[in-house]
Design a binder for this molecule. Structure first.
Ligand code: ADQ
Length: 447
């Protein structure tokens, strides 16, 4: 059987290798199980010096060999924090104004991609299928081809791809698009992303290559988490604490793409416009800090602290806190169980490649009493989740109205909506996503 080679910036940490913990690892579990597999990427460690003597760390668990290298402080700052998170991330989320463009960071980004290629190429065999993930590694395929790698190479972009009129504000956008020619298969999350990327190819006279492979979750395992989580003491405490009042929940990494200040303003408007809910509803927002050393993320945190303080100070009572706000991650079982306990979820990113939280929320519900999903029209997930209450995340009045509607829907309407969403979440899963991408790579003829 052909070997699958996964390349991603982050590789599951050693402690998670027996039981993948989340994100990409969970999504790729099915693919990894079906093939002998090599998984290559950054170890997550920063190393001293100039990296000349960096070693490759290799660890095999079952049928997967993990091969990782460390990054120097300079590489971490320029490649990861600078170009990937400070330039490509905002740009791909349609926020060119938040880009901190630096040619220096671009050079380090290119050199780390070359480094990855140089360390990976000697491990590759001609009949491998190499699957490269995400915006950190746009030029990796080209760097591998420059080293005469003949294997099939595919690329999947987990985040949105903006229209060319926006993308071209990146000085090296044309070069980046030309580098993408090295890939045999290019996958994106939605039709919009494929259209945008293919338009960029067309402008540059490159044949259209982007295809849609929407990502999903492992709904059976998430539903099982939600079921089993009900017996956790924290869940019982929260249930008692709610005294039968409805719970609204939000779960997001702390990122400006997730629309958190706008969402909180929507909740503020909701309490203003529908005073009958004051003291009668609780909103729990769980938002672990991410990329905390990037200035835009620090100012986001300060803004959230301010808005939460404002809402609690304006509407709170000695025995009622309108917003409960946590900035640390929670275990999966607890999140899943809280999802099941809640009456509505607010998943309102300003822009999101897919958004797995929306799918997890649906998977966690039970038919007797499903909660209602309020979902941004600008999440990739919205393309196939029309039975959610879709909102424009910038419009606090629309969020307020959706909250009112979610809390007033009849049981039968909630069930009808949920049944349809459920069918979709079980139709497009992590496993089906991985299978269809790998099938597309298998169809490519090698030289
Ligand atoms: P992310 O931007 O990280 O992913 P998302 O798809 O929502 O966003 O996935 C986040 C994951 O982290 C979910 O599994 C969620 O349960 C978990 N998580 C979030 N908050 C948590 C908390 N407080 N505690 C514990 N776990 C938490 C990127 C793209 C997305 C795309 C995915 C997959 O930005 O658009 O859907 O990749 O392709």
């Amino acid at each position: 059987m052909q070997r699958l080679v996964i390349v991603s910036n982050r590789v599951p940490a050693v402690r998670d290798r027996k039981q993948p913990a989340g994100g990409l690892a969970v999504a790729l579990r099915a693919a990894v199980q079906d093939h002998p597999c090599l998984w290559f990427g950054w170890s997550g460690q920063q190393i001293g010096g100039d990296g000349a003597d960096r070693t490759l760390s290799v660890d095999t668990v079952g049928n997967v060999t993990y091969a990782t290298i460390g990054l120097t402080h300079k590489e971490y700052n320029g490649f990861y924090q600078g170009y990937s998170n400070g330039i490509l991330w905002p740009l791909c989320h349609y926020r060119a104004g938040l880009m901190n463009y630096s040619r220096h960071d671009q050079q380090i980004y290119a050199s780390v991609n070359t480094l990855f290629a140089t360390r990976l190429a000697p491990m590759l065999k001609p009949d491998d299928m190499v699957w490269v993930h995400d915006y950190h590694l746009f030029p990796l395929g080209k760097a591998l081809r420059d080293l005469k790698v003949k294997a099939r190479i595919g690329f999947f972009l987990h985040i949105p791809f903006p229209p060319w009129s926006l993308m071209r504000s990146l000085p090296e956008a044309p070069a980046l698009m030309r580098d993408l020619r090295a890939y045999d298969v290019i996958g994106v999350q939605t039709e919009d992303d494929a259209r945008n990327m293919n338009e960029a190819f067309a402008v540059l006279g490159i044949p259209a290559k982007a295809r849609v492979f929407p990502i999903g979750i492992d709904p059976d395992s998430f539903a099982a988490c939600a079921r089993e989580g009900q017996s956790l003491p924290q869940v019982q405490r929260l249930r008692q604490d709610l005294r039968g009042l409805p719970l609204i929940i939000g779960v997001d990494r702390m990122d400006y793409s997730k629309g958190l200040p706008e969402r909180l303003r929507g909740y503020d408007t909701f309490l203003k416009r529908y005073p009958e809910y004051r003291g009668k509803v609780t909103y729990l927002q769980i938002t672990p800090v991410s990329r905390g050393s990037v200035p835009e993320y620090q100012s986001l945190r300060a803004e959230l602290d301010q808005i939460v303080g404002h809402i609690n100070g304006t509407y709170g009572a000695f025995d009622w806190t309108p917003v409960r706000y946590l900035t640390h991650p929670l275990p999966r079982e607890l999140l899943a169980a809280f999802f099941q306990l809640s009456s509505a979820a607010l998943v309102t990113p300003l822009r999101d490649g897919m958004n797995l939280v929306a799918k997890e929320y649906v998977a966690a519900q039970i038919p007797e009493n499903p909660g209602t999903l309020i979902l941004s029209r600008f999440a990739g997930a919205a393309a196939d989740m029309e039975d959610a209450l879709l909102v424009n995340p910038h419009d606090s009045d629309e969020i307020a109205a959706a909250l009112h509607k979610a809390l007033s829907l009849s049981g039968s309407e909630r069930r009808v909506r949920w049944e349809r969403l459920r069918a979709e979440v079980w139709r497009v899963t992590a496993a089906s996503w991985a299978r269809s991408f790998i099938a597309a790579m298998s169809e490519v003829r090698t030289a």
